[in-house]
Design a protein around this ligand. Structure first.
Ligand SMILES: *[C@@H]1O[C@H](CO)[C@@H](O)[C@H](O)[C@H]1NC(C)=O
Ligand SMILES: *[C@@H]1O[C@H](CO)[C@@H](O)[C@H](O)[C@H]1NC(C)=O
Length: 293
């Protein structure tokens, strides 16, 4: 009898704790194959350390890429990447989330390579309901080819945040009230790829890929996905409001994070569509929510 009551008590405890927010977990290295599959040119992906580390190879024949097995509505997605070292001019390494349907939603990191010793550019973009044109470009405060750095996306009902090593470099708030579409009702898959884009990537296309330096190699590890997995047709997320990444403290940046974001913006910004009055003479509505403007 006592043990029955005890079991019941434990069961209730479990139910309660299961329903409460778990604290954010530190990403651990997982094998590539747990979350991802190659998308094309399988022979251009090389595996190391039991598949917990991979390389994408680009040569004059092809680039390559991979995508998540599942699709997700909200979550926290991160990846450690070591970008193409040396002469990477003309190459683009991308890490992004993208929906499958026609009203396209997309959250992009794009790393634009450069000649040896010249700085990479990190370009980010957000598409909602088919509308993009929200580019921001920054330089990084470290050499992204010298070691692994974590690039992650937090996506919940309130905001989309781009992080580099836990430092927010961009935030896209849910501005539904201002008439701006926000991704909330279609799942996305996570993708990464390495390809040739020497028609635009480096100094606007002036610098061409030097194929004598091929193969160009980007390295990856810590294939971390912590999202609400949903079928491609799903319209909402089952665990809405119950996961660590949609709790109160993740609904906005905190003071410290806003200060870090301001630091990145003031020191490393190359381009921000929010301040490009030539391309958008009228301030895009979501930019009004931007605390720095
Ligand atoms: C591609 O690169 C290889 C190795 O450098 C070279 O032998 C080949 O001719 C190149 N092919 C083309 C189409 O440029
Ligand atoms: C490449 O280096 C040049 C010269 O330093 C710089 O103007 C440019 O922004 C860098 N990055 C890219 C991707 O073009």
């Amino acid at each position: 009898m006592a043990s029955k009551i005890w079991t019941l008590f434990l069961g209730v405890l479990f139910l309660i704790s299961g329903a409460m927010a778990a604290p954010p977990r530190k990403p651990v290295d997982v094998p590539f194959g747990r979350n991802y599959v190659p998308t094309w040119a399988f022979d251009h992906i090389k595996y190391f350390n039991g598949g917990s580390e991979i390389q994408l190879h680009l040569d004059n024949y092809t680039g390559t890429g991979f995508q998540s097995k599942g699709s997700y509505l909200f979550g926290h997605f991160s990846m450690q990447i070591k970008l193409v070292p040396g002469d990477s001019a003309g190459t683009v390494t991308a890490f992004y989330l993208s929906s499958q349907n026609s009203e396209h939603d997309e959250i992009d990191f794009e790393f634009l390579g450069n000649r040896t010793g010249q700085p990479y550019i990190l370009q980010t973009n957000v598409f909602t309901g088919g509308k993009g044109d929200r580019e921001q470009r920054i330089y990084l405060w470290f050499d992204p080819t010298k070691g692994y750095h974590a690039y992650s996306v937090l996506w919940n009902m309130y905001q989309i945040v781009f992080f580099v090593d836990d430092i927010p470099i961009r935030v896209f708030k849910n501005c539904k009230d201002l008439g701006v579409r926000f991704p909330f009702n279609q799942p996305m898959k996570i993708y990464s790829s390495l390809w040739n884009a020497d028609d635009w990537a480096t100094r606007g296309g002036l610098e061409k890929t030097d194929w004598s330096k091929a193969p160009f190699i980007a390295s990856y590890k810590s294939f971390h996905i912590d999202g609400c997995e949903a079928s491609v047709e799903a319209k909402y997320c089952d665990t809405q409001g119950k996961r660590w990444w949609d709790q109160k403290e993740f609904q906005d940046l905190d003071g410290y994070q806003w200060r870090r974001l301001r630091w990145v913006r003031s020191k490393y910004t190359i381009y921000n569509y929010c301040t490009d009055r030539v391309r958008s003479p009228v301030l895009p509505a979501e930019c009004k929510r931007d605390r720095d403007i």
